[in-house]
Ligand binder design. Sequence first.
Ligand SMILES: [Zn+2]
Length: 363
Amino acid sequence: MAATVGEVLGFLNEIAPPQWALPNDPVGLQIGEPSQTVERVLVALDPDPRTAAQAQYRQCQLLVAHHPLIYRPLSHIRFDDPVGKAVQALCEAKIALIAVHTNWDVAPSGINDALAEVVGLTEVRPFGAGPKQQHYKVAVFTPTEHTDAVIDAMANAGAGVIGLYRRCAFYTAGTGTYEPMEGANPYLGQVGKREHAEETRIEMLVPAERLNAVIEAMVRAHPYEEVAYDVYPLHTRAEHSLGRIGRLPKPMLASELRDYLAEKLRNPYVRTYGKPSKLIRTLAVVGGSGGDYLPDAQRAYADALLTGEVRHHHTWEAWARDVVLLEGGHAETETPGMQRLTERLRAFLQPRGVEVFFAGDEA
Ligand SMILES: [Zn+2]
């Protein structure tokens, strides 16, 4: 028993749809092909040469990493360069690579939910801007009996995701009318005769980067020779909030919170910026590099913001905004979410005889 890379990718796309990723975040299959067989999977934070070696040592056929390996357009793959070396190692060992990055940050039970849980927050809710995307509304006219098939095809290509709901569509019944001209090969009706057909108008929301794929899938699933459809650009709208905010088990001073987080994150080097004597009740969390979420944390009435790593200007901004900033370590704030992903993959793959390892665990 085994699975394929494509099946694992399909599962990941369900729990962390790629359209939830921030713009220009190259999530998904970075190396390999969907038809490849998978018997062992390694989950890791970074697809670096060390992880590639571990995947090879454990005889894995698939590496699922948080950070993409191929990020900016690569101008070369040199084996004496760290990125090129990791690409070389994975290709030579025929190990496929899937990245689940900001789409896993925002996902339910993903990076930031796991971080909120690890630090003991309750009444957790989303905060802060999420991926902002240009969206389109696609309206298509189809024979009534093809309504579900066309909705399915569009949904499978990425249309109709609203919050935590997929396959969202609206349709109305009506009558379409047309007259086929010489040379036409109509699905319904005859050349030179006016036709009236029972049709539905289907409307679905489509993110910009899925528009071409959705139109292609829609036309393929549609029975008409000429498909009538409209594409309307919509105002840019924020999708999911990336961060999480909640209440600490008990109020504590910023200085006490530092020690508390150091223990929860197993990182003695947690640093604080801002007033040490401030009493913290409400904590906002963003795993990884989340210093830019300070204004959002302030707007959400957070007393403090925990993130992985900050830049220098965030340190004085924390004082200026009176939001205590805690730097918990990039890896330390993202590891809980990757452990959670390992468990999800195990639950999906173990019944099929596929082993799933986490790079943090001892070999
Ligand atoms: Zn990260």
